[in-house]
Design a protein around this ligand. Structure first.
Ligand code: C2E
Ligand code: CA
Ligand code: CA
Length: 621
């Protein structure tokens, strides 16, 4: 602890690093996550905090040079200060839109070593989740008025944008400042505006009467699709062609932007929505006529939405989210069309917005539950195992099926959190059966291909499984179809598969025969089983379908794999699958997914199924 005369810490704050730190003109104090942390630190270690000359200007460097400060707070990785001593203190990092922002504190040379040590100690004891959870929540709850933002993600986005603004402000030289300003507002590849330029324009319009005449047009380019199907060399040519086309359609008063998400956005005035829809439709059509690929691009590859700047989209992140979701929805239509994003037209993206924000809390509160659908031996019809399927028991919306949350969890990368959560629950279920001396029932658990190709997945998986004692081979991981994997991810996935299999667990392909799975996968990955997708089972009534299935079953068996068939509903399908020597069957013909408790009861009660035993409707647990 410092001596009494040293017990005041002078801090040069960063008034622009919202929401991490900002100066609240009303309460005349610094607010935000870092002031919250410093406040807690000061209370715990018995200091008094004094922010030097709080105001709207950033004077950190100057105050440090005048030897007036002990601490420069709210710094970003990469910022350097001449009058500081030693390495900065790492506070926390935050990911938004694929970018990591690292927040730091600098201790100046005039501050005593003890202060540095205590701060470092306190920061090290504050976990990342406290930073992004508790502290950020405190800030949200205590901040009011113009500073209270949409949600944690709203705040995070604002932080990233303003971090960029900050970089420009700190530059010493005017020309450099101008150059940085241009870089901030202009996309170097296309010459269109950036998200920051859009953010400023939307903010300017927020109190403006003319706001209601503006629409934001979103042109979504599915560059991945174009790359995979038409060649990666076409991707940058398409981006340039699109930017040129957008420029050709816009005037000085419009703001065309290339968003960090890859979408093209145009802020433009229209007489009414009809006019905006027509305009966006023509623009999308012209982009689809991309000369690089011979034939026109599809509605999926170039899709469009019109988002009126309605009052409910004051928050830019939310506006962009809606615009993108609606453009994606338009891309799923058979015929090219433009989606009008508005109060009535996009209730599904509103639901998604809410669910996305509630997901973390849902996991913490264990709102996700497992249902179990039984597997039966194709020849004896004995119940041999089951598949764990998740459901979200949402406190307001009721029981939600995976189609309501898996697609966007895949998209935003949080699917691995759900997968690991379900893995833990599946292990607990197997452990319970083991305690009851049921040691032949195997349980399969869905793991997204995206999770499977994450570095560290096998370690996380083994950490979970190590807490249990059930026989390892009873746990099967089903690799679900989600996205394509690039070469690096494929290598990582192979490593994970090898690790997991060498620890005794089993791995199988789910949804085999549709989507992105291919014969290549059989070549590349050593697997224990193959689950034939329902679509193949449905096509079995055709001669071609049967031929295909026969080849798959034979190939799988030759490679030493167990063959499962899913989605079995008809007697005829059972007959054919048995003829084809398929090993295990799953489908409504045998059982619907049951709440875990009920499934447990059934396992304990009986373990022989006949097709006519097919369960009734799925029941709520
Ligand atoms: P899936 O792994 O292919 O699971 C089978 C889906 O088909 C289940 O839908 C199941 O209820 C349904 N199904 C089973 N038998 C039949 C049948 O005879 N006829 C028909 N029409 N459908 C049948 P569900 O539970 O809605 O799951 C949908 C998908 O969500 C799953 O497809 C799986 O890919 C994914 N999923 C569910 N839980 C998780 C999870 O925890 N993690 C991951 N990554 N994915 C999950
Ligand atoms: Ca599955
Ligand atoms: Ca499947």
């Amino acid at each position: 602890m410092l001596q009494p005369e040293q017990a005041v810490i002078y801090v040069a704050g960063n008034p622009r690093l919202y929401p991490v730190e900002y100066y609240d003109g009303t309460s005349r104090t610094y607010r935000g996550v870092i002031p919250e942390f410093l406040g807690q630190f000061a209370r715990e270690y018995g200091y008094e905090l004094r922010y030097l000359e709080p105001g709207a200007e950033d004077r950190r460097e100057e105050l440090a040079a005048n030897q007036q400060v002990d601490l420069i707070s709210g710094c970003l990785a990469g910022e350097r200060y001449d009058h500081t001593a030693g390495e900065p203190i790492l506070l926390f990092s935050e990911w938004a839109k694929g970018e990591e922002t690292v927040y730091l504190l600098y201790v100046t040379r005039v501050a005593p070593q003890a202060l540095r040590d205590e701060l470092r100690d306190c920061a090290a004891r504050t976990s990342q989740s406290q930073w992004t959870g508790e502290l950020l929540r405190t800030v949200r709850e205590t901040s009011a008025g113009p500073h209270s933002g949409g949600g944690v993600w709203g705040i995070a986005l604002a932080a990233v944008l303003l971090c960029a603004v900050l970089a420009a402000l700190l530059s010493g030289c005017r020309r450099e400042r101008r150059r940085q300003r241009r870089a901030l507002l202009t996309d170097p590849e296309t010459g269109l505006g950036t998200d920051e330029a859009l953010s400023r324009a939307v903010t300017r319009l927020s109190g403006d009467q003319t706001r209601r005449f503006y629409d934001l047009i979103c042109i979504h380019l599915d560059l991945d699709h174009v790359g995979w199907l038409r060649g990666w060399e076409q991707v940058s040519a398409l981006v340039r062609h699109s930017a040129r086309t957008v420029r050709g359609h816009t005037q000085a008063a419009d703001l065309p932007v290339r968003s960090a998400s890859g979408d093209l956005l145009i802020l433009k005035q229209f007489a009414d929505s009809r006019q905006a829809l027509d305009w966006a439709g023509e623009l999308a059509e012209e982009i689809r006529a991309f000369p690089g690929t011979g034939e026109a691009l599809t509605a999926r590859e170039v899709s469009a939405a019109v988002c009126p700047l309605e009052a409910e989209y004051q928050d830019l992140e939310r506006l962009l989210f809606h615009a993108r979701q609606c453009a994606l929805a338009a891309g799923r239509e058979e015929e090219p069309s433009v989606r009008l994003c508005g109060a009535r037209q996009c209730s599904s993206c509103r639901e998604r917005w809410t669910l996305q924000a509630e997901f973390r809390q849902g996991l913490e509160r264990e709102e996700f539950q497992l249902y179990l659908q039984f597997f039966v031996d194709a020849h004896t019809f004995r119940m041999v195992g089951g598949e764990a399927l998740s459901r979200w028991k949402h406190p307001r919306l009721g029981l939600l099926g995976p189609d309501r949350y898996i697609p966007w969890l895949e998209e935003d990368g949080r699917i691995s959190q759900l997968d690991l959560y379900c893995l833990e629950k599946s292990c607990a279920f197997l452990e319970d059966l083991d305690r009851r001396e049921i040691r032949t029932f195997f349980l399969s658990c869905n793991v997204s291909r995206r999770t499977f190709s994450m570095p560290g997945f096998s370690r996380q998986c083994l950490e979970i499984v190590q807490r249990y004692t059930f026989t390892r081979k009873l746990l099967i991981l089903e690799v679900t179809e989600s996205q394509r994997t690039n070469r690096e991810q494929a290598g990582q996935m192979l490593e994970n598969i090898l690790d997991i299999r060498s620890s005794g667990m089993r791995v199988m392909f789910d949804d085999f025969g549709v989507g992105f799975s291919s014969f290549h996968d059989l070549q590349d990955y050593p697997m224990d089983g193959l689950k034939l997708d329902k679509m193949l089972v449905d096509n079995m009534c055709t001669q071609r379908g049967r031929i295909l299935l026969r080849v798959l079953v034979k190939t799988g068996h030759k490679l030493g794999m167990t063959i499962l068939a899913e989605g079995v509903e008809e007697e005829e399908q059972i007959r054919t699958l048995r003829e084809l020597r398929c090993d295990v069957l799953q489908g409504f013909r045998f059982s619907v997914p049951l709440p875990l408790e009920e499934a447990r009861r059934r396992i304990l009660e009986e373990n022989c199924f006949k097709p006519e035993d097919a369960g009734g409707r799925e029941t709520e647990g």
